[in-house]
Design a protein around this ligand. Structure first.
Ligand code: PGA
Length: 248
């Protein structure tokens, strides 16, 4: 049985003071949560979350990394730097990175490999735009995004990774995929992995992300191939985030 993983993606939000309150709220309310829980925070706050969460049941990570190990890449952050702050996870290929920072499938695949080489667990985001969904090419897009990583790192690499299906049209919009729509894409992802390695497919944690809230989390997380959530907006509120975690 796969354990559920609920991860917060704080995006570019927070301050030292705001984070203190949020982290304290999360720790205070974690008692009855059965799912695995993580928060992916902006780089400058990794030291803070490490100090606050070390020894707790909440894991932490970053939202991006460089594909390069070190060198003349001004402004970038390497996988080993994330390891210095004891990160477990790093998000790669979030749709905002793909759209706003022109990250191609090939770049995302390099980042995924760099994360794993350093012992981090990548959370690989895949998902289609509204135009692509309406054009009937959702599976083609998601399949292509997945295949780029498999081509670079091999299907076995997914044994130490998480996939997050995040339909772009549902992110931060308040429009959630219906449980049926989400389940269909999750099943597609698992079947594609299964065609290469049944064992990896059976164990692969596939999160849903895109306007997941306390009100829709239980139904989404109740789908057979939805193994958790990647939570943006609702992860900035301890009560909402914990309610989603409890639904898992
Ligand atoms: P949202 O974001 O929950 O605010 O829609 C999800 C994400 O982008 O990871």
């Amino acid at each position: 049985m796969r354990r559920k993983l609920v991860a917060g993606n704080w995006k570019m939000n927070g301050s030292l003071a705001e984070n203190e309150a949020l982290l304290a709220g999360l720790q205070a309310g974690l008692g009855d949560v059965k799912a695995d829980v993580a928060v992916c925070v902006p780089f400058p706050y990794l030291a803070q979350v490490q100090a606050r969460l070390a020894g707790s049941a909440i894991a932490w990570g970053a939202q991006n990394l460089s594909p390069h190990a070190r060198g003349a890449y001004t402004g970038e952050v390497s996988a080993s730097m994330l390891r210095d702050f004891a990160c477990t996870y790093v998000i790669v290929g979030h749709s905002e990175r793909r759209a706003l920072y022109a990250e191609s499938d090939a770049v995302v695949a390099e980042k995924f490999a760099a994360a794993q080489d350093a012992g981090l667990t990548p959370i690989l985001c895949v998902g289609e735009t509204l135009e692509e969904r309406e054009g009937g090419v959702t599976e083609r897009v998601v399949g292509r995004q997945l295949d780029a990583v498999i081509a670079r790192s091999g299907v076995e690499a997914l044994a130490k990774a998480v996939v997050a299906y995040e339909p772009v049209w549902a992110i931060g919009t308040g429009k959630t995929a219906t449980p049926g729509q989400a389940q269909a894409v999750h099943a597609f992802i698992r079947a594609r992995v299964r065609s290469l390695d049944a064992d990896v497919a059976a164990k692969l944690v596939i999160q849903y992300g895109g306007s997941m809230k306390p009100g829709n989390a239980a139904e989404l997380l109740g789908q057979p191939d939805i193994d958790g959530g990647l939570i943006g907006g609702a992860s900035l509120d301890a009560g909402e985030f914990l309610a989603i975690c409890r639904a898992g």
